[in-house]
Design a binder for this molecule. Structure first.
Ligand code: ARG
Length: 581
């Protein structure tokens, strides 16, 4: 993806250099005031201080040089020394007519840790945000030339495993697995199904809350599991396998793929050597029987508790597996960057882990970064629940959005003459678009209220509106083909075309900004503005009915580019565009 602003920065940078100033001052960006100019450069203001000169005087010299450049339709000074720039329509037309070069690999690797669902517990909407945001980031970083490795990092090694094991023992569901004298083999088929686990887990967790003896039993079971007791390991394997089948189904219905299905358990064997190493290097301390690593710093404003590595009962924790996972990733992928897409309420945990990783130097060259996000709330402003007050499962949410999508499509008279099967498939795609766009269009750190009725509308800033905008262009192009019209190279003749082309040409810069800020909402804004610019163009100009053949070809060519960019942007958001609606 080429960056128009980067190309212009080159040209303006040369003008600065010719005045004996640093060419970095030539940085050009899209204008903050698109009503006044297409692009702006603020470099004269920055250059003034070190050059001990008046910013306007510098700007005047730069402007004088740029005026000689025929690519610019307008070069102006605004305010104290801002330089405003417009390109000629001919240059915009040339740029948009030229085929896009694919982005070259940047030679860097990013590992994205997202999804983070827990074994034996159904995936709930709390994991939705991680999955949707993480998937968008993996698509974006890949498109920007990174090598991306995504890892679901299953929660499969903590206390909830011991809780389940002890619940199964109490309920006497699979006695064979608890017979310490028995050495295997165990069953191929899991003695419990996903549905069983969905009932067993809440029962176990309630029992542990009510009864300290049950909690103690669960703790012991967790430690024994981690220590490798064969019956417990076998039972645990069943939990993992049964859960993964369900998870894969749900993730694939969301169009989300992971490169790695690792989990907390995957690094178990790295823990003992890691602890030995950290102890030998004098990096740990013992506190009330527990092994800890101090991470507080002198300039901390708030108290920063140490990272707990081993509890006094010998059990390892979330932070321990996260530390070992840092080591595993440094060895296996040696990433430049690791993004943890996890609820912002875990910020303290990641701060501890990152500090401990830095102190111990286990991350290799990787920069570790927590990508936090806010809560998805129900209309009552509290975390989204089912009508009955339970935790909403993702599966049910998608079904709910599907029902809403179907009634909206019917209301709009869309797809009424298609087969029931096709209607169903379209409704599914619309439902996913509704959920994902609603989630991604808010800045990730803000909480938002999930208002299905609003999010599934075909007007306004919604997923369905954008899908429909793309489908409408598909249908124009289909008609053009059926009527035998030729597509030409797009060109710029009017303000509507100019705005549309400028928006198309800013895709590369937008993708970079979204990457740098780790902010999918920037892509949502982009897609929405593109759809609006297209609407204005469509309202103001004839396309299929244009009698000037050259003009018709150019406009059809522009439609094709808009469709390509819209589809590509929605694809970055994980949203598919139906063939028709
Ligand atoms: N399983 C965790 C949860 O449900 C999220 C895991 C996030 N990733 C990590 N490396 N800690 O909260």
């Amino acid at each position: 993806m080429t960056s128009l602003a980067a190309d212009l920065s080159g040209a303006v940078g040369q003008a600065f250099a010719a005045e004996g100033l640093d060419k970095a001052f030539g940085l050009v960006q899209a204008s903050d005031r698109p009503d006044l100019a297409q692009f702006q450069c603020n470099g004269a203001l920055a250059a003034a201080k070190p050059a001990k000169a008046n910013p306007r005087a510098i700007a005047e010299k730069i402007v004088a040089r740029l005026k000689a450049d025929a690519r610019f339709a307008k070069v102006e000074i605004a305010g104290p020394g801002f330089i405003n720039l417009d390109l000629t329509d001919a240059v915009l037309g040339e740029r948009i007519a030229a085929p896009e070069k694919p982005t070259a690999p940047n030679g860097k690797t990013v590992l994205i840790d997202f999804g983070g669902t827990n074994v034996a517990k159904p995936m709930h909407v709390g994991h939705l945000r991680s999955s949707v945001i993480g998937d968008c980031l993996q698509r974006l970083f890949r498109a920007n030339g990174w090598k991306v490795v995504s890892d679901i990092h299953l929660g499969d090694w903590g206390l909830q495993m011991g809780q389940l094991i002890s619940e199964i023992e109490v309920k006497n569901i699979a006695p064979l697995y608890f017979d310490a004298a028995y050495k295997g083999p165990y069953l191929e088929q899991s003695p419990v199904t996903m549905e069983d686990l969905e009932e067993l887990y809440p029962a176990a967790s309630a029992a542990c809350k009510a009864d300290p003896a049950r909690l103690e039993a669960a703790r012991r079971a967790t430690v024994e599991l981690q220590d490798g007791r064969p019956g417990y390991r076998a039972l645990w394997r069943h939990f993992v396998e049964v859960s993964e089948v369900g998870l894969e189904r749900e993730f694939s219905s969301l169009g989300i793929k992971f490169d790695l299905w690792k989990g907390e358990s995957s690094v178990h064997d790295l823990i003992a050597p890691m602890l030995d190493d950290l102890k030998a290097r004098g990096l740990t301390e013992t506190h009330e029987g527990a092994l800890i690593i101090a991470v507080a710093r002198e300039d901390d404003k708030k108290p920063m508790p140490p990272l707990l590595l081993v509890k006094s009962d010998g059990g390892v924790l979330y932070g321990t597996t996260d530390m070992a996972t840092v080591i595993d990733r440094a060895r296996e992928q040696d990433p430049d960057l690791v993004l943890y897409v996890v609820d912002h309420r875990q910020h303290g945990h990641f701060e501890q882990v990152f500090r401990a990783a830095e102190k111990t130097g286990i991350a290799g060259k990787a920069q570790l970064e927590h990508i936090g996000y806010g809560t998805m709330n129900g209309p009552d402003g509290k975390p989204f629940k089912t009508r009955a007050g339970g935790v909403m499962k993702l599966y049910d949410l998608i079904a709910m959005a599907g029902v809403e999508a179907k009634s909206r499509l019917a209301e709009q008279g869309l797809g009424s003459d298609y087969s029931a099967e096709e209607r169903e498939a379209i409704a599914q795609q619309v439902a996913i678009a509704t959920i994902k766009f609603a989630d991604l269009s808010n800045h990730r750190t803000t909480d938002y209220i999930f208002d299905l009725e609003r999010f599934s509308k075909f007007e306004g800033k919604t997923g369905p509106y954008l899908q429909y905008a793309a489908v409408r262009i598909k249908s124009i192009l289909r008609k053009a083909r059926d009527e035998g019209h030729e597509l030409g190279a797009p060109a710029v003749h009017s303000p509507e075309e100019r705005n549309l082309v400028l928006q198309l040409l800013s895709l590369g810069d937008t993708m970079l900004a979204a990457e740098q800020k780790r902010a999918p909402n920037i892509l949502c804004d982009y897609a929405f503005t593109l759809a609006q610019n297209f609407s204005r163009f469509y309202a103001a100009h004839h396309i299929l009915s244009e009698s000037d053949l050259a003009l018709r070809g150019q406009r059809l060519g522009l439609c094709a580019r808009v469709l390509e960019v819209m589809t590509g942007t929605l694809n970055l958001l994980g949203i598919a565009v139906p063939e028709r609606m």
